[in-house]
Write a new protein. Structure first.
Length: 470
């Protein structure tokens, strides 16, 4: 059996697609539709879907009813509080730092580099005090700026489950000017109280963005650890993929060159089903280019509410049984033979996998004016021969009980699913009228929408009375 571990943030996004949860900003729509596509792919390409049942108590029963095809694992039954403690401890070692107006700490700087997302912070005047304000670096009403808006909205959506699931809330951030001056909370609080032209702190929007980053890091770590124990592939909210790539590199599971090659492969067309990305005998990648099934199913059924049932029915068709069988053979090869022999065996299946993927695009691809929007399902394997567990992850002095239905799973290697969220958002956007059909059920908040603030690159380092560079 193959298992995909789905996070609660993904299920909340699906509920927004169905109009069951109110959307606060239109910028999150494409991210939610991309997450919905993730769920459909998990249904089609995995035997069983898992979710940790740690949602807020009063909503748990409703969530289980909304997703009856998912196995919900009780944290109490499997002593997952120990996993929570370990993930929180690891996440606390990460502290965002804004230096000279940019995120400069290793963890979040690399995260934004992976997303190719440009953020700048400046001191903006309000009520005679300068407050550090987050802005998108670029020109409004350009394709690049729209991409930044949707990525930042996807990060902000991380906080949608705060208060509903167990996690880590922190707005702590280190602030350092370009000249090396550190701005402490005590000094800024004094300036704020004096209402004179000093540096009075951070804006509420920047605080929430930092909290979103800390929450995102915690959840990425938590689900990485949980998936390892439950022998499942992580199928997370798309924005978490970028941080998970960085985290796996930081733990030593991925080498630097491997991570760079992986990101490059994610962001460009891949001509073969098996990417030639191998990292010192430790890790390898299988990639599968598939059409956006949620779009095809939405057109066929005429209503997004029917898409999940249609995907469950489609799952048993010959096309998907064939691909699931090939992916299982690849997994077994890594389990039983280690990376080097398995790579040779995988070459045997490459043609079949590529042919099966092409068949899916032909049968289920939805043609638009710009071709068939597609999605890359990239599965990274950690070979059991060299990666017994997660290298350099903290040692665990506890054992989580294994569910009965997983105990017979002999899988020993560990694998992750990755996607390029920027590419996914762009593909959703270019579907035009089909995208409108998919977004028909969204319910929007009546609160006024405030678009992200912007900073034109040519004025970034210019000092004005109402704005100072950091």
């Amino acid at each position: 059996m193959s298992y995909a571990l789905i996070d609660n943030a993904s299920l909340t996004a699906v509920q927004r697609v169905f109009g069951q949860v109110v959307v606060k900003t239109p910028d999150t729509v494409n991210g939610d539709l991309s997450t919905f596509e993730n769920l459909i792919q998990a249904i089609l390409f995995y035997d069983d879907l898992l979710c940790i049942d740690n949602y807020k108590e009063k909503f748990k029963e409703e969530r289980r009813k909304n997703f009856p095809f998912i196995r919900f694992l009780s944290p109490d039954d499997y002593k997952l509080e120990k996993l929570v403690d370990k993930a929180q401890g690891e996440a606390k070692t990460l502290r965002p730092e804004i230096r000279g107006g940019e995120f400069a700490d290793e963890d979040f700087r690399e995260f934004f580099d992976l997303l190719k997302m440009n953020i700048v912070c400046t001191w903006d005047l309000s009520a005679s005090v300068y407050y550090l304000t987050m802005k998108m670096l670029g020109q409004p009403n350009t394709p690049e700026f729209h991409k930044y808006s949707k990525l930042s909205a996807a990060i902000f959506s991380e906080l949608s489950d705060v208060g509903n699931t167990i996690g880590r809330w922190s707005t702590d951030v280190r602030l350092v000017s370009s000249n090396g001056t550190e701005h402490t909370k005590a000094a800024m609080a004094q300036a704020d109280k004096a209402k004179e032209r000093g540096f009075g702190g951070t804006t509420r929007s920047l605080d929430m963005f930092v909290a979103s980053l800390n929450w995102l890091a915690y959840k990425s770590i938590y689900y990485s650890l949980a998936a390892k124990y439950f022998k499942a592939d992580t199928f997370l909210h798309p924005i978490r993929h970028a941080f998970q790539i960085h985290w796996m590199k930081k733990t030593g599971a991925y080498g630097h060159d491997f991570t760079a090659k992986l990101v490059q492969a994610l962001s460009k067309n891949i001509s073969t089903s098996v990417s030639k990305i191998i990292d010192n005998g430790r890790t390898s990648v299988t990639s599968l280019e598939v059409p956006i099934f949620s779009a095809w199913l939405a057109v066929q059924s005429g209503d997004m509410r029917n898409v999940i049932d249609a995907a469950i029915e489609l799952k048993s068709s010959q096309n998907f049984r064939e691909i699931r069988g090939l992916l299982k053979e690849i997994r077994i090869a890594y389990d039983e033979k280690g990376l080097s022999p398995a790579n040779k065996l995988v070459d045997k299946w490459e043609h079949e996998l590529h042919k099966a993927a092409d068949n899916l695009k032909k049968v289920y691809g939805l043609k638009t004016d710009q071709g068939v929007p597609s999605s890359y399902l990239m599965k990274v394997y950690n070979s059991v021969a060299s990666v017994s567990g997660l290298p350099q992850f903290p040692e665990f002095d506890f054992k989580i009980p294994m569910p009965d239905f997983i105990q017979n799973n002999l899988s020993q290697s560990f694998s992750n699913i990755y996607k390029d969220v920027g590419r996914e958002l762009a593909n959703i956007e270019r579907m035009g009228g089909v995208r409108d059909l998919m977004a028909r059920k969204f319910e929007f908040s009546h609160d006024p929408y405030v678009p992200p603030k912007t900073e034109a690159p040519e004025y970034r380092h210019v000092s004005l009375d109402w704005k100072l560079p950091m």
